[in-house]
Design a protein around this ligand. Structure first.
Ligand SMILES: NC(=O)c1ccc[n+]([C@@H]2O[C@H](COP(=O)([O-])OP(=O)(O)OC[C@H]3O[C@@H](n4cnc5c(N)ncnc54)[C@H](O)[C@@H]3O)[C@@H](O)[C@H]2O)c1
Length: 261
């Protein structure tokens, strides 16, 4: 399809070693982007980058990590501003920035631990702010860019036990819309994607603790199944292409119809 190629673009995917992040990396690489898998888990990120380079070989590249290779990985601790700064210096020019990394600590709000709020604020909201502050000027300067923020339907609709998490993820809505306005003249779009319950190891861990819960969740979804990481990745990848050049400032759910607004 015309306008879908990402050839020549460099994409950073935070949390790229995770379930949804891995699917996003695959879709962006399949469209021709050079993908930087950014994660605190260096060995998992390296494995993801190597798999991408194997699956989508670039004739210009001799080996994984070589200039022009389909993917490489960079370890970063998004809770740490110094690590983010070092990451940006090593990444070089970035055209597409997918803020996908996230941490969720589930506990009733009144008994929740403010130390946990702090970690979620640092990774889920402050890190996207810091990364964007450092990488957006390069995008506007070159006259093309894409910001995609992975939030959560829990932030749109509320989600029991996820008060602090939802607060940090809801912060992305205001940030993304403001950036959509500020960066529009630089031809940079900024959008938010909200997954609903998605079949990932994280959700399976919840099922192990509360057997039957995931089945119950799935039955309440209009499309009668959990989301797959690929469902989320498809929308993220589309938003990164030229076909989505006129889509900005939007918050879109990928949740089988749970959230309709
Ligand atoms: N799985 C779901 O049902 C669901 C629902 C709604 C929203 N989300 C959101 O989607 C995104 C991806 O979720 P997932 O299910 O793939 O989770 P995941 O746990 O599989 O992936 C998250 C990734 O982020 C990385 N990460 C965590 N802390 C980091 C840090 N300090 N620095 C760098 N990397 C760090 C992890 O190592 C991991 O690879 C998250 O933002 C999550 O909040 C997920």
């Amino acid at each position: 399809m015309r306008g879908m190629s990402l050839q020549g673009r460099t994409a950073v995917v935070t949390g790229g070693a995770g379930a949804i992040g891995g699917a996003i990396c695959r879709d962006l690489a399949s469209l021709g982007a050079h993908v930087i898998v950014a994660d605190i888990d260096g060995s998992a990120a390296a494995a993801t980058a190597a798999a991408l380079t194997g699956a989508f070989p670039d004739p210009a590249a001799a080996e994984p990590g070589a200039p022009g290779a389909r993917a490489r990985h960079l370890t970063v601790d998004l809770a740490d501003p110094a690590s983010i700064e070092e990451f940006c210096a090593r990444a070089g020019p970035v055209d597409i920035l997918v803020h996908n990394a996230g941490v969720s600590i589930v506990e009733p709000f009144v008994t929740s631990d403010p130390e946990h709020w702090d970690l979620m604020w640092r990774v889920n909201l402050r890190a996207p702010m810091l990364l964007t502050k450092l990488l957006l000027p390069g995008m506007t300067g070159r006259g093309w860019g894409r910001l995609v923020f992975v939030s959560s339907d829990g932030a749109r609709a509320g989600s029991g036990g996820e008060g602090a998490y939802a607060a940090t993820k809801a912060g992305l809505f205001g940030l993304a819309k403001t950036l959509a306005r500020e960066a529009a003249r630089g031809n940079v779009t900024s959008n938010v994607v909200c997954p609903g319950p998605t079949d990932t190891p994280m959700l399976r861990r919840v099922d192990a603790e509360k057997p039957g819960l995931v089945d119950k969740i799935a039955k309440g979804i209009p499309l009668r199944r959990l989301g797959a990481p690929e469902d989320v990745a498809g929308l993220v990848a589309y938003l990164c292409t030229d076909r989505a050049a006129y889509v900005t400032g939007q918050t879109l759910s990928v949740s089988g119809g749970v959230t309709m607004h």
